[in-house]
Design a protein. Structure first.
Lengths: 151, 151
DNA sequence: GGTAAATCCTAGTAAATTACTAGGAGATAA
DNA sequence: TTATCTCCTAGTAATTTACTAGGATTTACC
């Protein structure tokens, strides 16, 4: 039940992007320098966020990334699902009649997995990027030394 | 953010044990037959549950396992934590001053991990084994064909 | 037009983790 | 004494993770 580095790094990167975004796009180089992340790896995470429609890219010199929508319209759930795939703790928790096992409507544990899933979803969907950026400004995280931080 | 087979199989096994427990202990052989699980693997899971104080074992012929406490005193959280280790989505979510990163009190993402952690904990700690056994009896899961079910 | 600064795209890969299997030692009821 | 159990430690194939590597392409600017 651990989040991978994709989710951890990716959310950090997106908060950073939101915080530093203005008219001009923010480059991977600058994000990875501030957040102490591998440029090459971050590149892949940004590709996932782009595919999910959370960021837009500007190619060429002076290019980079900008948020594709308003900060308030992006939830932590959107970000984590883009990077981690489904957040369901067990696959059968979903209601898809295809992937799920046949016994699932008689299955007691399914009830458990579904409740865990619901509580995670509710939580991540109610935290929005603008809240985090606000919080970050308050805490003056800009100068935060990220060296060695894995979260 | 997936639960491993330890948590999935182990919870199923423990519900089965609770359902079939009486004066006589329940053997791994019988649980694994009903639940379609590997005996050898289940052995290891039961050892973890025993170490966590959730079940007691009776050695020798006619032996097996019994719950170490009342069903109502065992939560899904107890079971999953025994089998999966901490359920925290990210290590720094904990308050341990040792393992956590130094920057953690200025760290915005920590707030996110902590909220996810809290919601998972609240959910799994409020579901108790007796509720699941009750539910299982209602649904008559005894005859449920578990062949190939991975959850 | 050339160059530097970017994103884009695909592969490869070492390390860790998962999900088991295997082999036997020890305990106990019949 | 034997069959049926738990207990304990190792081993291991497959998968996943967390990157790194090598370019191709696009674009601003001189």
């Amino acid at each position: 039940m651990k989040l991978s580095t994709k989710g951890r790094y990716g959310l950090r990167a997106l908060i950073d992007l939101a915080q530093y975004s203005s008219e001009t796009p923010v480059s991977i180089t600058s994000i990875s320098a501030r957040q102490d992340l591998s440029e090459r790896y971050l590149e892949q995470l940004m590709a996932m966020l782009k595919k999910a429609g959370l960021v837009k890219s500007v190619r060429g010199a002076g290019g980079g990334y900008v948020l594709a929508k308003d900060m308030a319209a992006i939830s932590v759930g959107d970000v984590l699902r883009a990077l981690e795939g489904s957040l369901e703790p067990v696959e059968c928790a979903g209601l898809e009649p295809e992937g799920g096992c046949k016994a699932s409507d008689q299955c007691v544990t399914k009830y458990v997995w579904q409740r865990i899933n619901d509580s995670i979803s509710r939580t991540v969907d109610e935290i929005r990027l603008d809240q985090l950026v606000e919080e970050s400004r308050k805490k003056q995280c800009a100068g935060l030394d990220r060296t060695g931080c894995k979260n």
